[in-house]
Design a protein around this ligand. Structure first.
Ligand SMILES: NC(=O)c1ccc[n+]([C@@H]2O[C@H](COP(=O)([O-])OP(=O)(O)OC[C@H]3O[C@@H](n4cnc5c(N)ncnc54)[C@H](OP(=O)(O)O)[C@@H]3O)[C@@H](O)[C@H]2O)c1
Length: 239
């Protein structure tokens, strides 16, 4: 029998790892996705030392064929009910629009925007068929068109996250804004102490994961009332 599955890209470290641990504690069969066997093994061992078992696969998330292969590997093992797109990279600090190289642009857009599209495109059709599923895209305040999101700099990163916000809203509407049982939302985790956020960030990875886990597990009736939105600290914020 298939297990109730949660797939977490970027689940090897930081906010994705904290999300994976918490979902596993809530009885999901959690599959983490990382860039290498080493990072997967290291995350699994770290989880085991806190008493949590994670499944995991290395995958080139920027290659749609690799994402399809992952889906085929999971078929019959786990029905993915929750997809968390947390994998992400920061762009080079100097990457203003007129200074960013085409290579840097492509690197960041491939991981932060193309990959979530491939995962949604590959894993959400089964959710739609079952009329059951949740997608949580981890975006950033830097991708918003309100607040600090449009003050320039870090162009590939900001634009990738704005794009991910747009992708979230677009898919949510295509799926009837939750009316067909699939809830698609985006989360700003806030500035967290991770490899990306650095050691001086004000919040822990667990605090960053809180709204993601909440969206993944809130009752369906509640989800149906408010979805297709951008969330921060369990509150809706403007895009
Ligand atoms: N930390 C913050 O302050 C902050 C603030 C706002 C938004 N965010 C967003 O939150 C998400 C998680 O950030 P984080 O701080 O937890 O990052 P992190 O600690 O740097 O971890 C990044 C994760 O992404 C994975 N990843 C990166 N490139 C990959 C690739 N090419 N293929 C597969 N996996 C790849 C890494 O896997 P490996 O271990 O295998 O490399 C790792 O699991 C990101 O989308 C980020 O933009 C973070």
């Amino acid at each position: 029998m298939s297990l109730r599955g949660a797939l977490v890209t970027g689940g090897t470290r930081g906010i994705g790892f904290a999300t994976a641990l918490e979902l596993a504690r809530r009885d999901f069969h959690v599959v983490i996705v990382g860039s290498s066997e080493e990072s997967i093994q290291s995350a699994k061992s770290k989880a085991l030392s806190s008493g949590v078992t994670l499944d995991g696969h290395a995958c080139d998330i920027t290659d749609p064929a690799a994402v399809t292969t992952l889906r085929d590997q999971l078929a019959g093992v786990s029905e993915i009910e929750v997809l968390v797109n947390s994998a992400g990279v920061m762009s080079e600090r100097t990457a203003k629009t007129l200074r960013a190289t085409a290579v840097e642009w492509r690197r960041v857009l491939a991981i932060n925007l193309d990959a979530p599209f491939y995962f949604m495109n590959t894993f959400v059709p089964a959710m739609v068929e079952r009329r059951e599923g949740r997608v949580i895209n981890v975006t950033a305040c830097l991708g918003r068109f309100s607040g600090p999101g449009n003050t320039g700099g870090l162009a590939p990163y900001r634009i990738s996250k704005s794009g991910l916000n747009a992708l979230t809203k677009n898919l949510a509407h295509e799926l009837g804004t939750g009316s067909r049982g699939v809830f698609v939302d985006a989360v700003c985790p806030g500035h967290c102490r991770t490899d990306m956020g650095g050691p001086d960030a004000p919040r822990s990875a667990e605090e960053g994961a809180d709204t993601i886990v909440w969206l993944a597990t809130r009752p369906k009736e509640e989800a149906a009332k408010q979805t297709g939105l951008l969330w921060e600290d369990r509150q809706v914020v403007p895009w």
